[in-house]
Design a protein around this ligand. Structure first.
Ligand code: SF4
Length: 416
């Protein structure tokens, strides 16, 4: 099979892995080498379903010895198979890079003979690119759960980012659908990477000449909707991973039905808006101080599809409102629907000089109709607004065409 035919199979098979993002890397062009990764993050292009396409995103092989039921590359799947040699991946990456098609490589793989054998092949690609060809572009390597710490250490030496996929929200889900995998094994791999990242950071504080290790950190992917586990379980697992392993990102990927899938799998994909709500909730946990149980309490373990998670929380927590924007601490202001992190920063500044009014909020581009029931300003004190039984209905955003640029701004700033 020629390389082009392999590419068709292996680039297509890689689209199911959402855990690739290239932000946060900084790598200069080596002397006499080619390519660099920008400190502000490689410019991404996104397909309409949100996948990053600025990296050459391929699998080394789509023939996997495991039999994860939600995966099209599992051993029992009847699909055309292909496998690149490490040298072929290197050549493709350089060719695409020189034509300015890509800014780097995202390389994943089915498990070939064992986690170690697979990891060796992945590491070899990165090593050849960096050492033989002086490649300075971005490299994201899949860390195969169960690979030895020595191989992970080598991977992090050459790659900007590593990702070991947790795959499903609970260990019970994995046991049902991917019995060759476990939270314990993936956690051990994440732990080994985390320890190396921390060690490299400490060494570089001692000496800037100390080698880097996966400078863009590690991320993971969770498939959502393949099992009945609710959003509460998804967010709880994500929160634990962020805390234990200081992950850069958890990527949520709505399950997409595969041909001849297991009968335990749903026939239909979950609505994509569920993925969107999980990203919003994830952002609220990481930057707004929300705990998973606040966003998905026992009585509502599923995120609302028609209300964003911050508004849904505020409507459940009406006793805490209204919040006085002239007096409330930052932590409380961050919880007001319609006040994003940047707006709160500005409010804290301007209220030192004068009492904030509704006109000030309007100047800060705060959506007044959304925020009015929840805040007290120098010229506004809501009386019965919070008691309105139809408040949720009134605040629910009308269906409208999403603005590409507004979404990009929200993704960049985290304004919710
Ligand atoms: S180990 Fe990865 S590639 Fe292999 S079947 Fe499972 S999910 Fe698919």
């Amino acid at each position: 099979m020629d390389v082009r035919a392999k590419l068709e199979i292996l680039a297509d098979a890689a689209k199911y892995d959402a855990s690739c993002s290239s932000s946060g890397a900084k790598r200069r062009t080596p002397k006499g080498g080619v390519g660099n990764a920008e400190g502000m993050g490689i410019c991404h292009s996104y397909t309409p379903d949100g996948r990053c396409v600025s990296l050459l995103k391929i699998l080394l092989t789509n023939l996997c010895i495991y039999d994860c039921q939600y995966c099209i590359n599992r051993i029992s799947s009847d699909v055309p198979r292909a496998r690149f040699t490490p040298e072929e991946v290197v050549q493709l990456t350089l060719d695409f890079y020189r034509r300015n098609y890509i800014e780097g490589l995202f390389l994943s793989s089915g498990v070939i003979k064992s986690p170690d054998f697979t990891m060796e092949q992945l590491v070899r690609v990165a090593q050849l690119l960096r050492e033989v060809h002086g490649f300075g572009g971005y490299i994201h390597l899949k860390a195969v759960p169960g690979a030895s710490p020595e191989l992970l250490a080598q991977a992090g030496r050459w790659a900007d980012r590593l990702s070991a996929n947790i795959e499903l929200p609970t260990d019970g889900d994995l046991q049902k659908l991917a019995p060759q995998k476990s939270f314990a094994e993936t956690g051990a791999t994440m732990g080994a990477i985390h320890a190396r990242v921390a060690q490299a950071k400490a060494e570089r504080e001692e000496s800037p000449r100390a080698p880097v290790f996966a400078p863009a950190g590690q991320s993971t992917q969770m498939i959502v909707g393949a099992t009945p586990s609710p959003d509460a379980a998804v967010l709880d697992t994500a929160n634990r991973l962020y805390r234990r392993f200081a992950l850069k990102r958890v990527y949520y990927s709505a399950y997409s039905p595969i041909p001849a899938g297991d009968v335990r799998l749903p026939a239909k994909a979950p609505p994509l808006v569920r993925e969107h709500r999980l990203y919003q909730a994830d952002w609220l946990m990481r930057f707004y101080g929300f705990a998973p149980a606040e966003l998905t309490p026992a009585e509502a373990p599923q995120l609302s599809l028609d209300l964003d998670p911050k508004l849904a929380w505020a409507l459940r927590s009406r006793a805490l409102f209204p919040v006085d924007v002239n007096r409330a601490p930052r932590e409380l202001l961050l919880r007001v629907p319609g006040l994003g992190a940047r707006t709160v920063q500005r409010l804290l500044r301007i209220r030192r000089w004068h009492a904030v009014t509704l006109a000030d909020l309007a100047r800060l581009k705060v959506p007044l109709s959304r925020v009015r029931p929840f805040v007290v300003t120098a010229d506004h004190r809501p009386t019965l607004l919070l008691d309105d039984a139809r408040l949720a209905e009134r605040l629910r955003a009308p269906a409208s065409q999403l603005s590409l640029f507004a979404s990009a701004e929200a993704a960049r700033t985290g304004e919710l």
